[in-house]
Each structure stands twice: as C-alpha cells, then as structure tokens.
Design a protein around this ligand. Structure first.
Ligand SMILES: [Zn+2]
Ligand SMILES: [Zn+2]
Length: 184
C-alpha cells in the first residue's frame, strides 16, 4: 500500500466537500449547492476573481465503485482591466469540471498518481485545486472590455471611446504631412 503524505483538510473550509452523507454504494447521488468566498490569488495578471467574492457552486456527487465522481458548476465574478483601453472590466465566468476522487486504498488509489486522479481524504475532498484550474483556464490572457474596443489614442492616451469622433492631433498631422511631402 502506498502512503499518502498526511494532509489535514478542514471540513469547514469553503472548498472542502464532505462526502459523509453520500452512501458508498455505486449510483448514490447528492447535489450540494453553496456560495463560498473566493480564495486569494485566483486569476491572472489582468483579470481575477476578487478574494472573498461569491463563488456559486453546484456540486453533484455520485458514488462509483472506486470513489466519488464530482461534477461541478461554478459561477464567479471577475474584475480586471481592459488590455487595450485600461478601463475596468467587471464580468462573470461560468466554468465546470468533472473529476473522480478515489477512495483511499481503492485500486484506483493504488494504481494512479495523485495528479491523474483526485483523492478522498477520510470523507473529505479538497476541491480547491480543480476549482482554481477550471477558473484560471477560462480566463483570457488579454482581456478586453469588448471585442472591438478601439483602445487609446496613441498621442494623448485617452480612450477613443471617450473622445469625439473627429478627435485628432493637428500638430502631429501637419508634421506627418511635411514628412510625406519630403518623402514624395
Ligand atoms: Zn477597452
Ligand atoms: Zn488624442
């Protein structure tokens, strides 16, 4: 038997799932809905889930021979910055994942690596790694406030959206005209 490093999960931690109410007979099912505070540092440089914001989870637990199959649906609020115009973005993201958590000393437990299949520790499942992965993978590395955001005027740095349609910088325009005349 392989020994697992002792990890002491806190049954009251927001992203720890207690499976005690789920009978260990294949086919048994429970659905848990909960809203929990988001953990810290969840996201990317330009867009993230604010720490403590409401993560809405719908967790379907299903007993299978080797463990518990968890199907999770998560909705999380997002805060960030548009990569083009630098204005604030607030959005939500919906993600889902399905993961098998093997019983301790089950065949799956004995024959797979920890990073292939999750593990049930006692009666508890630590959902945080999968929740983090699912959310982070769904985030854009270059978030924009809208797909056709025109960004900033390169001369004055103001967002084009905030500028009048005929906004121009005359001085530069005439210099360009002079250059063009020289080139011609
Ligand atoms: Zn923008
Ligand atoms: Zn300008």
């Amino acid at each position: 038997m392989r020994e697992h490093p002792p990890i002491h999960l806190n049954p009251r931690a927001p992203l720890v799932l207690d499976t005690r109410d789920l009978p260990r007979s294949p086919g048994a099912m429970r659905v848990v809905e909960r809203v929990v505070p988001a953990p810290k540092d969840l996201g990317l440089e330009l867009i993230h889930v604010p720490a403590g914001a409401d993560l809405a989870l719908t967790l379907r637990m299903e007993s299978v021979t080797e463990g518990v199959l968890v199907s999770a649906e998560i909705q999380a609020p997002l805060a960030g910055e548009c990569g083009r115009c630098l204005r604030e973005i607030s959005d939500t993201v919906d993600v889902s994942f399905q993961e098998l958590y093997a019983y301790e000393h089950s065949t799956t437990d004995e024959t797979t690596d920890e990073d292939e299949v999750g593990r049930i520790q006692g009666d508890l499942i630590d959902l945080e790694p999968e929740v983090r992965d699912a959310i982070v993978l769904a985030l854009p590395t270059n978030p924009v406030c809208r797909p056709d955001c025109p960004g900033l005027c390169p001369d004055c740095g103001e967002p084009w959206d905030d500028l009048p349609a005929d906004h121009r910088h005359e001085q530069l325009d005439s210099r360009w005209a002079a250059l063009r005349r020289l080139a011609g």
